[in-house]
Ligand binder design. Sequence first.
Ligand SMILES: *[C@@H]1O[C@H](CO)[C@@H](O)[C@H](O)[C@H]1NC(C)=O
Ligand SMILES: *[C@@H]1O[C@H](CO)[C@@H](O)[C@H](O)[C@H]1NC(C)=O
Ligand SMILES: *[C@@H]1O[C@H](CO)[C@@H](O)[C@H](O)[C@H]1NC(C)=O
Ligand SMILES: *[C@@H]1O[C@H](CO)[C@@H](O)[C@H](O)[C@H]1NC(C)=O
Length: 925
Amino acid sequence: MIAFFRALLALAIALPKVIGSGRIDLNEAPWMVKSVSQNIEIPAKGIPGGIYSDLRHSGILTSDFYYRFNDQEYRWVSYENWTYSAEFVVDQDTLNHDFIVLDCKGVDTVSTIMINDQLVGETNNMFVRYSFDVKEFLKLGNNEIRIEFKSPVEHAKNMFQEQAETYVVPPECVAPQFQGECHANHIRKMQSSFSWDWGPAFPSMGIWQDIAIDAHNSAVLRYLYFNPTQNVNGDWDIPIDAIFEIDPVHPIVSGTLKVTFQGKTEEFQGTVLPSVEENKIGALSIVIQRDGVDVDLWWPNGYGDQVLYDLTVEFTDDQSMDTSSITRRVGFRTVEVVQAPVDQGRTFKFRVNGQDLFMKGSNWIPAHVLPELVTPDYTRNLLHSAKEAHMNMLRVWGGGIYESDVFYDLADEYGILIWQDFMFACSMYQATDEVLKSVQQEVRTQVRRLQTHPSIALWAGNNENEAALRGNWYGTDADFQHYKADYVKLYVDTVSSPSNADKSEEDGYIAQNPYSSIYGDTHYYNYNLDTWDYKIYPKTRFASEYGFQSFPSFEVLKPYSEPFDWNFYSDFVNNRQRHPGGNEEIPWQIHLHMELPENELDTRAGFEEFLYQAQVNQAESLRVETEHYRRMMTQYSNQTGEGLTMGTLYWQLNDIWPGASWTTLEHGGKWKISHYFAEQMFRDILISPIRNTDNNQLEVFVISDKLSDFPLSGTIIVEVKRWNNFNETFHMSQAIDAIPAMSVEKVISMDMNEILSNGGCHAGDPSEPGENKRLEYCLITTTLRDTDGNIISQGHVRPYPKDAIGLIVPEIAIQSVTKLGSCQDDYYDTCWSLDIGTDAIALFVWLEAEGLDGRFDANGFLMDSPNRRIQFFCQTPNVSESQVMSSLRVRSYKNSRVVSNQDSNTYDGQRRYHTMQELINHFRK
Ligand SMILES: *[C@@H]1O[C@H](CO)[C@@H](O)[C@H](O)[C@H]1NC(C)=O
Ligand SMILES: *[C@@H]1O[C@H](CO)[C@@H](O)[C@H](O)[C@H]1NC(C)=O
Ligand SMILES: *[C@@H]1O[C@H](CO)[C@@H](O)[C@H](O)[C@H]1NC(C)=O
Ligand SMILES: *[C@@H]1O[C@H](CO)[C@@H](O)[C@H](O)[C@H]1NC(C)=O
């Protein structure tokens, strides 16, 4: 597998430049990396980087990380120890400085650092910025730095074993279906790099953030820490802590802080005082007052502008006259988490700038398992898609990384509030003194780096760990007090999803029922019920995790697989499913509502149909659950205390790789059907019809989460059509003249029997038992239109394919493609108008522009009339009309004409199931 590999070019050493006064940027050094036991020595690809990227760059890893089974094939890399080394030149000027540090913004993870064969220090936490004094180790001329990494898999195992001598900190390993590595909870490293139920294990090593030698004669400004606040007069103050790295030999330094803000410069004379808690850290605190100065507020997406002001702080040492400076952006906003007592339980809601806002969004995981491969453009693409789906909050989940600076800059610009987890997830963690000290350093590093972003709304810890502990996920009950003590030490004393928040505190920090719907936030997953039925969902205060699995689209899977993989029963498809039982749950859920071609799942055509139906099922389930939460915004049950839902963050926004997962965006950024549905279900004005089976009523709700009344003289229309033609068989409309701020109004309540019989739907008698009552030959559409007839929002009642008796297989065609003069959003390169025609009612019409980046203004939609005009927003530059036309594909439920006839019936393995019934029987065992 491994050949001896000596670098061909890298030995001609290109020495790095000295930048500014005494800063040697080691990113630019000619780094080499080697493994003794594998006999490999290669040039590193670059810093920031990692061992997998280096080996791929050198051709030792021969194909894409995510191709077929490479996550298994390449696992050996993580079992090795790797040493990075580089030479660099130090001049006399640098050596003359009073103190010189090695500044490592991020080292992944367990390493020993040597300079000129002398021990500089050790690292064991990926999220800590390390600074080592190195003056005594440096010499004039050539120097060598060596960073010796230890296998993170081996280290985690050793830590586990050491801990297990007193008591075991579980879980002892991940589920076999994860196909991952054990003991991620025993190393302070991206937890999902050891695998998750949506992603592969690539436990990397390397220098994953900037590294430099930094020489100074004075305290050096490292961070600004501020949080603008309104004083009693309503004016804004910005109390600023300027945080310095100081020379321990000359800890006290006096100087001038020059602050430039809104075109005005102020000077403050002061002394940097050393921290009593932290070695080599000093601070100087000042307050900028904005008395009588008008400032524009920063608002979340959908509520106003995201105004940002530059603030520059420069420090000049009185004696050495050395200067250092930092520029940060300021957004004026207030954020509170309101947990006020109600009759039963407490509220849980976000109040921004004094206004209670309904939070709409999702959960963010790492955009790639190897952080060095996430480009700023890719991050922008994903966050832009979140913004376009009207999201105002994302939770950065605790099993990944504290994200890049670019991520938070974009969140500031797009108005996306960040619920920031500390990096702990779904496990028990050790709480030894050493771990706690390391976590403390981690928290300091990250809070100082990120706190000034106006997007940061909340810091939270312990993803599902409280629930794991109370629920005895890992058999911790036997020694509950022990684990509880660790829990309190780690999260309460040191850093603290779902939880009952204030209620947990009353219960001694481990709530009796962390999933209670009347306190705090909740996570809800259930795959064994009809996920298209809103009645199964809880009435929570804040849904911070919920969702459904689907698969990537065929277009996305294709480059990572071979034709013989394109079959539901292939090893490849099993490899892409990391959630135990996932490949039974998805077809089972599909079959409740659609006709899954269960006899053809081992053909390419059947597999493609499965991928499409899995995405439809996910999208519809997510829509039903999310609209349910939005209808609960103002409802409150006096019996149970449930309701008053003020936020929905579904699981999950983005993929780490092309595999089965709960995401609405694919690996690469393409929108799944569910993301198009998210764009609809998160609109500020939403029409949401339900069929209430308790009273057999059609109930139509109009929901607004706008902060002011919306003057709309419009119409709400209910239409009934039989599935087999476009003619309306029933029509009613009702005028509406305004939609109140932050409201959920039931605008129509009508007897279903009346609608069905007036619509000629041949309804069975609903009181009759059995299947008869399902025999309804109609589709019911509700639409909110403005006076000009434009659709504001549209919903359907039970357009359930299985109920679509009489649905004719539609013939759908793209009739024309026209280039538009301009795009509404200059994020896109060109925009196109498409005319689409169908000869029959078509369900879940799905357009794809193969090979082109971009999105449609709607997709996965229903066509209940012969024509529809859709826009395509294209990101791929300079495309021609014929390119757009030839890239377009369209399919709908019961119409898979786009599938070519090149079926690959090449699968020679065993089918596990021949029929859906066998599959279901298996699943229900
Ligand atoms: C890695 O280094 C450790 C010592 O730190 C050693 O025990 C282990 O055998 C090494 N692993 C390999 C694959 O060489
Ligand atoms: C529920 O209780 C609140 C206050 O206790 C009261 O104002 C309200 O009228 C009650 N609602 C119903 C439907 O009983
Ligand atoms: C639909 O309505 C049109 C126009 O009123 C009528 O000509 C046609 O026969 C109707 N089609 C069906 C199937 O009822
Ligand atoms: C697209 O066209 C513009 C103007 O003709 C040209 O400047 C640009 O380089 C082209 N971009 C690409 C990626 O071909």
